[in-house]
Design a protein around this ligand. Structure first.
Ligand code: ZN
Length: 60
């Protein structure tokens, strides 16, 4: 389980599915840093910090 870099507490998995089809958030390779990682279409897992509400995304 990821840990918040600011609060040093365990982050909780969150449901980040949208109304676009219920398939979750995916990385777009339209340029920038994410595009350079060549992770087009990779599913992302979201984790929420219960202390500061920071959300981090992790690619599968
Ligand atoms: Zn936090």
């Amino acid at each position: 389980m990821p840990t918040c870099p600011d609060c040093d507490v365990s982050m909780e998995p969150v449901d980040h599915q949208t109304s676009y089809g219920g398939d979750g958030v995916r990385i777009e390779t339209s340029g920038g840093v994410l595009g350079a990682l060549d992770l087009k279409g990779t599913h992302l897992d979201a984790y929420l910090c219960p202390e500061c509400n920071l959300v981090r995304f992790y690619a599968d």
